[in-house]
Design a protein around this ligand. Sequence first.
Ligand SMILES: C[S@@+](CC[C@H](N)C(=O)[O-])C[C@H]1O[C@@H](n2cnc3c(N)ncnc32)[C@H](O)[C@@H]1O
Length: 283
Amino acid sequence: MPEALKINAEILPSAIELACCLSCGHRLEGRETCASCGREHPEVEGILHAIGPLTGTNRIAAQFYDGPNWSRFRPWEQLFLWFQGPGPRVARRQILRHLPQQAQARVLEVGIGDGENVPLLPPTWDIYGVDIARTQLAVCRDRYPSMARRLVWAEGESLPFADQTFDAVYTIGGFNYFRDQAQALREMQRVARPEAPVIVADELPTLYRLAPGHALGLEAIDRWGLRLMGLDVDFIDMVLNCRVDLNTLARDAFPGHRRFPIWNRLGYCLVNPDPRRGPVLCR
Ligand SMILES: C[S@@+](CC[C@H](N)C(=O)[O-])C[C@H]1O[C@@H](n2cnc3c(N)ncnc32)[C@H](O)[C@@H]1O
């Protein structure tokens, strides 16, 4: 095992120590094989595998983030965030400011990607992350060796953790295309401690309507532009057909939430429970 993994393993509970079996929910307690049902959850180079076959939009998203086109599209995402800050840090802080204000916290990022938010959080926090794209998890581990053994290849819709494990759960920039958003919200809420903030932020699902082709009624122009920017054909279909009903989703899963506009009103941030009820100190 590389030195960084060894050091990390000694200090913090690793993901496999916190995790539960994906099939029966039994705690793994550090073992790759579930003691109750025998399901395997291999831990490969610091990343726990707790996932089944991907379907629907999760399959399309994973193919994109695992493939070569994500790095072609990445500069456009960075450029977008630059304008929304100014600068990506300021843009991200519009969301991260809703995390608990405390020295110690155990937090989970759903769709952690390559870990852009990790250096923006207090170094004293125990950060865990899940993602459906293995390549992104590997990059995150390599960029931030302290994340080794705290990353899980898993879907937001099926989080392999016990109820009430985290002091905050958040997802930034992938939610619009989750396969089952309502299920992901329920899962994020389930693994958060009572009163812990659950935060969901992304660009507006209707952002594509600002594209010139949409205004002209010529969708082919937008398809061509997005392809030039690096998006996969299937991913473009997903963007142009995105019909997420945030109001209904949030009302049903997050009855006590508050919705904040972010990124110059081009994005949204749902926080549950409503932070106006006062800061909540967990643990
Ligand atoms: C735009 S990236 C954002 C990464 C990171 N959160 C950030 O702020 O830079 C979206 C990430 O969400 C992941 N993702 C998409 N759908 C997911 C799902 N259903 N469950 C878990 N991760 C998902 C993608 O694989 C990708 O790494």
